[in-house]
Ligand binder design. Structure first.
Ligand code: TRP
Ligand code: ZN
Ligand code: CA
Length: 455
């Protein structure tokens, strides 16, 4: 069957040049998938942990701004605001929830009534971590009725959303449990967060190691204010800014004016960041932070001009990165190193019909949180007497195909034993993946011996 001499010459003429198509962004390394253990499908190897705590990633300010643009569109489509009891508020909740659900968070919408209208809190838990130690970040998602509320508080809402999505994208495995929340009816007097804290059993409250609040982090004439309620949490933020040579001050523009207050009153340690509202920037503050002295930090505070134009991108960027720094530092986790993740494998042999229809070998992945990695390793073990006959694709749970290998009329070698790297970050990890193999030229034949995915 495996005749590398005789059949090779006449075969060339049977092949069409059209077989060579450009594949997806896939790289291959020819590494052996030598010993595939029998009946090992699917196996979950121990997830390796790096010894050191993973450094916080840079948060994309472009992505944060994209969320702000969506919140602005929602306001535009709903009478100009995203206020409690108005359609723009629920639409904002739906937007944030949709992103988190797609990324693998466990979300809960909590309803309450305020001022005769239904309000909503959105709680998002990142599966895993020590449930007895919760690191919690929150922002109010409602605006005042006078405007779209893009700085107050689209900014904090978008910042923690992008941090949460980055947790998922990175496959971050914190030692502590991560929770995020978007509060309703803050502008009516901290109503949503108060409701949350009130209904939370005391035992659950005691599991919260830190509540971090982000209400206005992109003020157009910004200051860098750090809550001083807890020295350790204050220190985590101050360290971040010190490392960037950005001076900070203690937040004094109305203690207890945001959603950290109910947590603090219940005995939870709180921290947070603030870039300033209607107080005036002093000359010394302008000297160290830039901007305009004698003007408010946010001249559009609670006004109709609090739009996407009412954002300082640098402050939004620095504060978003500082949130990530705090979340990573306080939760003490690690990112699974490449190759150290779980392995899911098929060891079922499958014949590939000669010049016939494609065959598909399934592998079911379960228990992996979030999306697949951007460098998913696909180990393939195909035995074939003329591998140029073969077109090989990975099929994701969504049905999307990723070309691993094209057919080639002049690749007369035997077998495809290789590890491919696929950017599969658009796929949920969990679900049924398939290796699709088609033999497109007559004469030589073979079979899939097995294949595996490493998350
Ligand atoms: N959303 C808050 C409010 O309207 C904004 C605010 C003012 C604030 N001062 C603050 C937030 C101090 C945190 C800390 O009251
Ligand atoms: Zn406000
Ligand atoms: Ca063939």
């Amino acid at each position: 069957m495996r005749d590398l001499n005789g059949p090779t010459l006449p075969r060339r003429s049977r092949r069409t040049a059209a077989l060579l198509t450009t594949g997806a962004a896939v790289t291959a390394t020819l590494l052996g998938v030598s010993s595939v253990p029998a009946n090992a499908a699917p196996t979950a190897a121990a997830a390796g942990r790096s010894a050191r705590t993973a450094a916080a990633p840079d948060i994309s300010v472009a992505n944060v701004k994209a969320h702000l643009a969506q919140l602005q569109s929602i306001a535009n489509a709903n009478g100009g605001n995203r206020a409690h009891g108005r359609s723009g508020y629920k639409a904002s909740i739906d937007y944030v929830k949709g992103k988190l659900d797609a990324a693998g968070f466990t979300t809960t919408v909590q309803q309450f009534t305020s001022n005769g209208a239904t309000g909503y809190n959105l709680i998002a838990d990142w599966p895993g971590g020590d449930a007895g130690h919760v690191v919690f970040a929150g922002s109010h998602l409602d605006s005042v009725s006078r405007g779209a509320g893009i700085n107050d508080n689209g900014s904090g809402s978008a910042g923690i959303l992008e941090v949460a999505l980055t947790v998922a994208k990175q496959g971050y495995k914190p030692d502590k449990h991560l929770r995020f929340a978007w509060w309703g009816a803050e502008e009516l007097g901290l109503v949503g967060s108060q409701n949350y804290v009130r209904q939370l059993p005391a035992a659950e409250r005691q599991k919260i190691d830190a509540y971090l609040n982000f209400d206005m982090i992109g003020s157009p004439n910004p200051g860098y204010f750090v809550y001083d309620d807890d020295p350790q949490l204050e220190g985590v933020f101050k360290d971040y800014f010190a490392g960037k040579n950005i001076p900070t001050e203690i937040e004094t523009e109305g203690d207890g004016r945001s959603d950290h207050a109910p947590f603090k009153n219940a005995g939870v340690r709180v921290g947070g960041l603030f870039s300033g509202a209607d107080y005036t920037k002093s000359a010394s503050q302008a000297a160290k932070w830039g901007g305009t002295a004698g003007q408010p930090f946010d001249r559009c505070y609670h006004s109709s001009c609090d739009t996407t134009a009412n954002i300082n991108d640098t402050a939004l960027d620095n504060n978003s990165d500082a949130i990530a720094h705090a979340v990573w530092t306080l939760s003490g986790g690690s990112t699974t190193p490449p190759g150290g993740g779980k392995v899911f494998e098929s060891t079922s042999a499958l014949d590939i019909p000669d010049a016939g229809a494609a065959v598909e070998s399934p592998v079911t992945v379960g228990g992996v949180t979030g999306n697949a990695p951007s460098a998913l390793k696909v180990g393939v073990d195909i035995r074939h007497s003329y591998r140029g006959d073969l077109v090989v694709d990975l099929v994701g749970p969504s049905g999307k195909t990723y070309r691993l290998k094209d057919a080639s009329s002049n690749d007369s070698a035997a077998d495809v034993v290789a590890t491919y790297t696929v950017n599969a970050s658009g796929e949920h990890a969990d679900g049924t993946w398939k290796l699709r193999v088609q033999d497109v030229a007559a004469q030589d034949t073979g079979r899939i011996n097995g294949w595996k995915l490493t998350f």
